[in-house]
Design a protein around this ligand. Structure first.
Ligand SMILES: Nc1nc2c(ncn2[C@@H]2O[C@@H]3COP(=O)(O)O[C@H]4[C@@H](O)[C@H](n5cnc6c(=O)[nH]c(N)nc65)O[C@@H]4COP(=O)(O)O[C@H]3[C@H]2O)c(=O)[nH]1
Length: 531
């Protein structure tokens, strides 16, 4: 019993720990995965936005440069300059348009030039032919370097700050570079080495210290990076949401584990497990013909054998089993045990009987009769060899009980009223019940030879049973004096420690054989045939 309890407790502790750890660990992992996913999405959004802006700016510049080529106007004429100015005004990203001849700037959208400014060599050329000079210092200001895009005789100046003019989280750095990794513009000081190394790398990922996303277009690369350590803030956000869910799930699982283990540890839970594990065995208490001393049968008395080998007495679990309905599968196991233990002996000696205790539910419903019919016919045991003992507890619904007992006798069983005299039923009340034998309760047998108030009842019970032509079994016979008293009054059978305590099957078979030898074969006349 202790072994099972400690196993259940150990299993509950392990399950409880797993139930507590797993949902919290799962939610911690999900929080981390969601936070990483969100961070990567943020980086990709920033890189894509920057590259889309750069790409659109290049497209706009290209359209503007194409529009300047035709119709041809006299170079640097007022109309030509006015046209360049219109293009500058109409194209949002262009800061200035310049016209070059022989590599020198002749005029811009703001007027004629002295022709000292040289056209810078291109850092690279885009796939649609735009020559890109990345860092050009404007002649009219000392501001930040700008970018120059040339096509044909014209060039436009673009402020690359536009590309990275994006609302950024302070943890995210943005770099716009060319494919060689040369920086065009940046926000939040990205690591230049990282930018250079990523220029030819895959689109997204993680370095040892940073996460990043890369987007490319028209020879430009936008790289958004964030230190890995910045995940903590995002992780906290997710954890605030998900960890309570994990904690709730853990509490729920622990609750279920506690509930289930308490259920398993409860007496009813243990009994249910015992029924499932078929932990019931049967001991047999010999029933002796008082006149000859021959063993004519036995009462099957159930025992609960725990996994540790200890036996539990029936009065400790039968009331709970009856209350819960578990008594029915227990009775079925008793019948199966009788067949397994004694079928051969019962086939060999057709006068031998085994008495089974019926629970109240079986007396009322009659269910047990079909179970018996099924099992007994398979084992070739006669119905007359199985006596059915019913107590007054089974007579609450007297009509249903009567119907069951009538059917039992029709099928050939002997019907015995057990614990006779202990209940409230009068003999008149019992008179209407179909029965073959009365079992006088031990409490009356105990009074034999004693001068007690109930001692006078015992002879009356015996006389009444005789009047009703019932066989009598005296239960709880402990002394020779009691046996002698019963013999003198022609009581047929005795059961009690004087003859034997309840025995395991093997011992009962030995007892039976010894008793047979002792008594000769004079007990063939004890068989009572159902009326
Ligand atoms: N002191 C003393 N005791 C004696 C003597 N002779 C017999 N007994 C005990 O008296 C009880 C007789 O069974 P019961 O009246 O049917 O009373 C039974 C019966 O009501 C119930 N029971 C036992 N097996 C089953 C079963 O398979 N099904 C059902 N429904 N009830 C059962 O449990 C009760 C107790 O069974 P047990 O503990 O085996 O106790 C048995 C038996 O061991 C004696 O000389 N001295």
């Amino acid at each position: 019993m202790e072994l099972r309890r400690s196993r259940v407790i150990a299993a509950a502790i392990v399950l409880g720990l797993l139930g507590a750890i797993m949902p919290i660990a799962a939610m911690a992992y999900i929080s981390w995965a969601v936070a990483v996913g969100r961070q990567q999405n943020d980086l990709e959004r920033v890189a894509n936005l920057a590259i889309r802006r750069a790409s659109k700016t290049f497209d706009d510049a290209r359209i503007a440069l194409d529009s300047l080529a035709y119709p041809r106007l006299p170079p640097c004429s007022p109309q030509h300059i006015a046209r360049m100015r219109v293009v500058t005004f109409n194209t949002e990203s262009i800061g200035e348009v310049g016209y070059f001849e022989n590599g020198l700037l002749k005029c811009t959208s703001w007027g004629s030039e002295a022709g000292y400014v040289r056209r810078l060599p291109a850092d690279y050329v885009t796939s649609d032919g735009l020559e890109v000079s990345m860092r050009v210092q404007p002649s009219v200001s000392t501001g930040n370097p700008v970018m120059a895009l040339h096509y044909g005789a014209y060039g436009v100046l673009i402020n690359p700050a536009r590309f990275v003019d994006i609302m950024l989280d302070e943890n995210i750095s943005l770099a716009l570079a060319n494919q060689q990794g040369a920086l065009i513009n940046e926000v939040n000081a990205p690591d230049p080495d990282l930018v250079r190394s990523l220029a030819g790398e895959p689109q997204k990922g993680i370095t040892s210290a940073s996460r990043y996303a890369v987007a490319r277009s028209k020879g430009l690369i936008a790289i958004a990076t964030t230190p890995r350590s910045s995940l903590a803030a995002k992780l906290r956000q997710e954890q605030i949401l998900l960890l309570p869910i994990g904690a709730f799930m853990a509490a729920f699982i622990i609750g279920i584990v506690v509930w289930l283990s308490r259920k398993r540890l409860s007496p009813l839970g243990e009994l249910a497990i015992a029924v499932r594990n078929r932990e019931f065995i049967v001991h047999y208490q010999p029933i002796v013909e008082l006149a000859s001393g021959a063993c004519v049968g036995a009462e099957a008395l159930v025992r609960w054998r725990r996994p540790d080998g200890s036996l539990v007495r029936p009065d400790l679990f039968i009331p709970l089993a009856e209350e819960s309905g578990l008594i029915m599968p227990i009775t079925d196991q008793v019948i199966e045990a009788i067949i397994a233990d004694l079928a051969a002996l019962l086939r060999m000696d057709r006068n031998l009987h085994i008495a089974i205790n019926l629970c109240a539910g079986d007396v009322t419903s009659g269910r047990i009769l079909d179970v018996l019919q099924d099992r007994l016919s398979g084992a070739r045991i006669e119905a007359a060899q199985i006596w059915l003992e019913a107590t007054e507890r089974g007579f609450i619904d007297i009509d249903a009980a009567r119907a069951t007992l009538i059917q039992a006798r029709e099928r050939g069983h002997m019907v015995v009223i057990d614990d006779f005299g202990t209940g409230y039923s009068s003999l008149q009340y019992l008179e209407g019940l179909p029965m073959d034998a009365l079992k006088i309760d031990k409490s009356f047998i105990d009074t034999i030879g004693r001068d007690s108030a109930t001692s006078s009842v015992t002879p009356h019970i015996i006389e009444m049973a005789k009047t009703l032509d019932l066989r009598i079994v005296a239960e709880g016979v402990e002394t020779e004096e009691q046996a002698e008293y019963l013999r003198e009054r022609d009581v047929h059978f005795g059961q009690g420690w004087l003859f034997s305590k309840p025995l395991p099957a093997g011992e009962f078979i030995r007892y039976y054989q010894n008793a047979k030898t002792r008594a000769g074969s004079g007990w063939g006349n004890v068989r009572v045939v159902a009326a």
